[in-house]
Design a protein around this ligand. Structure first.
Ligand code: PMP
Length: 357
């Protein structure tokens, strides 16, 4: 007996491997491999999550009405132009499923997020990479890579793993020059961390360009990665498409109730931003003192160049610290290190102080 064969394109997919979360034989591990919020979730979100336990037998609201309303109020957007998903991963997958078919092209930047090519392949679509310049997405290169078969362009802004971003003007130029038939997905998973004045999360583009979608996540600034919650903001036509392809109850009741509390808890957001900004600066300075180069980052992680990145990752692991190797992102000489707690960052610097490159 043999299991049936899947569609041939599926065999081209290398499964997504998340950051490691455990080290054998060690109870205490410093987890800096997945860009999670080191302050955890806010107490309001945790309390709301616990209260959700009282009605587990009920189906969730399939339209996530209260959650969308809260997001709409906080961001100053119309609630009916928002759709929620089980993580932004699900929204990315739904967009690809709805807009790309076999032989279509899904464009993204050279060091872009791995779920873009993976989800493209699930549809038999062809992932196409545009080259970056100095570890930054390049508007001209992205536009030059557009062909009549291009259906979607994914741009993480800021980008994971490089930590770089495109300015408001560059985003405007991209949206203006891109053919109307191509959906521009601005993946703003790390938007809250950016303090640069010339940054835009992309929402303002949606109103002028019906082919622009912005995706956001609750996994980073809100510290709710375990719940799987994200949202998208787009023109009504795109929202209609997402509502057709999503599952009827794609966001759990616990995620909806905790997400609503989290989005209204602006104090936790402010605290998380301030923490990240302070310790990212400190960490980058300390690395420089050790003659290590961190790429400038506006997000909650930095990539650091090593003569032997695998050796450095192993050294950190022996010190109980998990970081992410970047070979799968085309950056074999870099490690990506999440900004953790003060103790976490001091532990990384201590460990690297004893490391001979
Ligand atoms: N986009 C980017 C750029 C990311 O880095 C991540 C998380 N690694 C995601 C999307 C997915 O986030 P979520 O947890 O919301 O699925």
């Amino acid at each position: 007996m043999m299991a049936p064969t899947a569609r041939s394109a599926i065999y081209d997919i290398a499964p997504y491997v998340g950051g490691a979360s455990a080290i054998e034989g060690r109870d205490q591990v410093i987890r800096l491999a997945s860009n999670e919020n080191p302050l955890g979730a806010g107490t309001a979100a945790v309390d709301a999550y616990r209260a959700a336990g009282d009605s587990l037998f009920r189906y969730p609201d399939g339209g996530a009405t209260a959650l969308r309303q809260a997001i709409a109020e906080v961001h100053g957007l119309p609630a009916d132009q928002i759709v929620c998903g089980a993580g932004s991963d699900e929204l990315i997958a739904l967009l690809v499923r709805a807009y790309a078919g076999p032989g279509d092209e899904v464009l993204y930047s050279e060091h872009g997020f791995l779920m873009y090519p993976i989800t493209a392949r699930t549809q038999g679509a062809v992932p196409v990479q545009a080259p970056e310049r100095n570890l930054r997405s390049d508007v001209d290169a992205l536009l030059a890579a557009v062909t009549p078969r291009t259906r979607l362009l994914f741009l993480a802004n800021p980008n994971n793993p490089t930590g770089s971003y495109l300015s408001r003007d560059e985003l405007e130029a991209l949206a203006r020059e891109l053919p109307d038939e191509v959906l521009l997905v601005i993946d703003a998973a790390y938007a809250e961390y950016v303090e640069a004045a010339d940054y835009s999360d992309g929402n303002e583009l949606v109103d002028r360009h019906p082919n622009v979608v912005v995706t956001r996540t609750f996994s980073k600034i809100y510290g709710l990665a375990a719940l799987r919650l994200g949202w998208a903001y787009a023109a009504p036509e795109v929202i209609d498409i997402l509502n057709r392809v999503r599952g009827p109850f794609n966001v759990s009741a616990a995620a909806q109730i905790a997400g609503e509390a989290a989005v209204r808890d602006r104090e936790h957001v402010a605290r998380s931003i301030a923490h990240n900004s302070r310790w990212r600066t400190w960490f980058t300075e300390q690395l420089a003192r050790l003659n290590l180069r961190a790429e400038p980052s506006v997000a909650n992680f930095v990539i650091v160049r090593f003569a032997d990145a695998a050796g450095a990752a192993e050294h950190l692991k022996q010190n109980g610290i998990l970081v992410r190797q970047m070979a799968a992102y085309g950056l074999p000489d870099h490690l990506r290190i999440t900004i953790g707690t003060e103790d976490d960052m001091r532990a990384v610097i201590d460990a690297l102080s004893n490391y001979e490159q």
